[in-house]
Write a protein that binds this ligand. Structure first.
Ligand code: GLU
Length: 313
């Protein structure tokens, strides 16, 4: 098993490299444009907590949209199910992550917490004197790394360039969905997106989710089971922007991506995976990352809906 995992991760990185020419780093946040599009890294943690890695697994990058899963957990923990889902829905959009159109034409509340509009609302639902600290404490616990912090340069860059997110927040405020000062909520959102992590940190987070919120090595409960179920379901249906359907068919693993190039994937059998590659495809997902996860899904039979003939083939 050890050899299979080591060689699968190495081969996945080589496989991902073939696709890098099809991608581009995000440039709408100027700080992200400085990333090296050739980087690719992977980390996988087994149920028994064995860590496997390949490529640029320890290169730091900002979480970006992956923060939406942590802010959803913090909102559900502090405000509860009823309050959070009275302000944000559970449906995929089929639109881009920063789209504003459905807020005007279809329904007032954002479709789901995995798009910018929905995440701005969930951030506003973190019921704490210091929502950013609440968020960071959660990240430290679930990634098992107390050194994780905000990348100041990216935060300032996002804050300066974030006019589209400002438009979303003010539209939500005008419809009485956002409670509180939009500028303060946006500031919290930009800080959360700018938290710097590695694939090792995110693989640990995925490992906790893959084990239903428990640390299987100690039996300690880190997140309540009902929250893990919601987060994993929304990752599967909405976590990869408007490519969520295709990714579910091809990889079949609940995952969340961010425009910093990260992908966190909650695999079956208690396995947590994180991928990194800043070159993005047209939908905003890491082009190398999506292919590496698809590769691992096939090699290691990690598709949630795999049938017996796939597994024995
Ligand atoms: N901070 C980014 C934004 O608000 C996050 C987008 C993403 O990763 O999808 O545009």
């Amino acid at each position: 098993m050890k050899q299979l995992l080591e060689s699968s991760l190495k081969s996945a990185v080589l496989y991902g490299q073939h696709y890098l020419a099809n991608g581009k780093v995000a440039s709408y946040i100027p700080e992200l444009a400085k990333a090296d599009p050739h980087q690719l890294g992977l980390c996988l943690i087994t149920k028994e907590k064995e860590i496997y890695h390949a490529g640029d697994w320890l290169v730091p990058f900002t979480m970006q949209s992956i923060s939406k899963t942590f802010s959803l957990i913090a909102a559900l923990q502090t405000s509860g199910y009823q309050k959070v889902f009275s302000k944000v829905g559970m449906e995929p959009t089929g639109d881009g992550f920063d789209s504003i159109v459905q807020l005007e034409t279809k329904q007032l509340i954002p479709f789901n917490p995995m798009i910018n509009a929905g995440a701005i609302v969930t951030v506003s639902c973190i019921d704490s004197k210091d929502p950013v600290k609440e968020f960071l404490d959660l990240v430290h616990k679930l990634c098992a790394n107390n050194e994780i912090k905000i990348n100041e340069a990216t935060y300032l860059s996002e804050k300066k360039a974030g006019m589209r997110n400002r438009s979303i927040a003010y539209l939500l405020e005008s419809d009485h969905i956002l409670e509180g000062d939009p500028e303060i909520i946006l500031d919290h959102y930009f800080k959360m997106c700018s938290v710097s992590v590695t694939t090792k940190d995110l693989a640990h987070y995925a490992w906790v989710l893959a084990n239903d919120g428990l640390d299987p090595t100690t039996g300690e409960r880190l997140i309540e089971g009902w929250i893990v179920r919601i987060v994993k379901t929304l990752m599967m249906t909405c976590g990869m922007y408007d490519e969520s359907g295709e990714f579910a068919v091809k990889a079949g693993i609940p995952s969340k991506s961010g425009v910093g190039g990260g992908i966190v994937s909650v695999a079956p059998n208690g396995i947590g995976i994180a991928a990194f590659g800043p070159a993005l495809n047209k939908k905003g997902n890491s082009v190398g990352g999506t292919h590496m996860i698809e590769y691992l899904s096939k090699e290691l039979n990690l598709h949630y809906f795999a049938n017996q003939s796939d597994i024995t083939a």
